[in-house]
Design a protein around this ligand. Structure first.
Ligand code: C2E
Ligand code: MG
Ligand code: MG
Ligand code: MG
Length: 279
């Protein structure tokens, strides 16, 4: 116990520490309730072709409007959810909501969008995931190439036999896998070849540093190596036109960020009619 916390001994008996525990339980209970009552909303942020500025796909970003605490960012509750089975429950909630959104588009005569869903790390050691997704797709008549899954380097680093099998099965269903937050983890670039992912998303921290010579060189190298591995490259967190121009000149394929569009309520962004009032 002490050995584990010795790097932050001050927090051990501090009020903040206890507040932290309460906050965690609060989040855990609240999130469970929010999932049960469908109080989470799916926002979407477009991923655009950097040359034509056309929207090629969207990323689903979950939003929780908490009765007491107001809007809570996924950055705050996902890490808590990931410590328990709630991570999987949340993933499945979002997967189901996203596949229904795609089916709704078809039903209302709109083009079916491609949507990426963020997945928590633990979920990739759950061998029932591919079947769960296949059944959702079948039920709603949505084809697998409309769904992408974003995974982080953390998942990849822990590539165990189960993880690899789950990834293989998802890929053979025809689902594209995207490697999120690339560069922030500990994986080496040589890892990319063994991964067989389809897309690589360069983390915002690198895009923020694009003006410096060092930052630009780093991004150029990531793009080059990603391309050699046959991956589609996405830059995350683009906020300025200057960044767009630099990234395009570096042959980066797609861009995502506030410069183009902030995440917005999914139904509205896709141009869907309001949902029926009763469930
Ligand atoms: P992420 O998947 O890397 O998503 C990118 C985050 O950056 C999102 O934050 C997005 O709103 C934000 N962002 C996009 N463009 C810009 C920009 O130009 N400037 C700035 N400052 N930020 C930008 P968000 O929505 O708060 O999500 C945070 C993280 O929470 C996500 O990182 C993802 O890892 C996780 N997450 C979100 N939704 C889900 C979900 O449904 N399931 C799971 N498992 N994780 C999720
Ligand atoms: Mg993501
Ligand atoms: Mg990311
Ligand atoms: Mg992130």
């Amino acid at each position: 116990q002490y050995a584990k916390t010795h790097d932050q001994p001050v927090a051990f008996f501090s009020p903040q520490f206890h507040a932290g525990i309460t906050w965690q339980l609060d989040i855990e209970q609240g999130l469970k309730h929010a999932i049960e009552t469908e109080a989470l909303e799916i926002y979407l942020q477009p991923k655009l072709d950097l040359t034509s500025h056309r929207i090629l796909s969207y990323e689903a970003l979950v939003r929780w409007n908490h009765a007491e605490h107001g809007f809570i960012s996924p950055a705050a509750f996902i890490p808590v959810a990931e410590r328990t089975m709630l991570g999987q429950t949340l993933d499945r909630y979002v997967l189901s909501a996203v596949i229904r959104l795609i089916a709704n588009c078809r039903e209302q005569g709109l083009e079916e969008p491609v949507i990426a869903v963020n997945m928590t790390a633990k979920h990739f050691s759950d061998t029932s995931l591919p079947v769960f997704i296949q059944e959702l797709l079948d039920t709603h008549g949505v084809s697998a190439n409309k769904l992408q899954l974003e995974i982080t380097e953390g998942i990849v680093m822990k590539l165990r036999r189960t993880t690899t099998r789950v990834l293989d099965e998802l890929r053979s269903l025809g689902i594209e896998i995207s490697l999120d937050d690339f560069g922030t983890g500990y994986s080496s670039l040589s890892y990319l070849q063994q991964l067989y992912v389809h897309e690589l998303k360069i983390d915002k921290v690198f895009i923020d540093d694009l003006e410096s010579v060092r930052g630009a060189t780093l991004v150029r190298s990531i793009i080059a190596i990603g391309k050699v591995s046959g991956l589609r490259i996405v830059a995350e967190g683009i906020e300025t036109e200057e960044q767009v121009n630099v990234l395009r000149s570096m042959n980066c394929d797609l861009g995502q960020g506030y410069f183009f569009a902030k995440p917005q309520p999914g139904r509205r962004l896709l141009g869907l009619d309001a949902p029926p009032l009763s469930h």
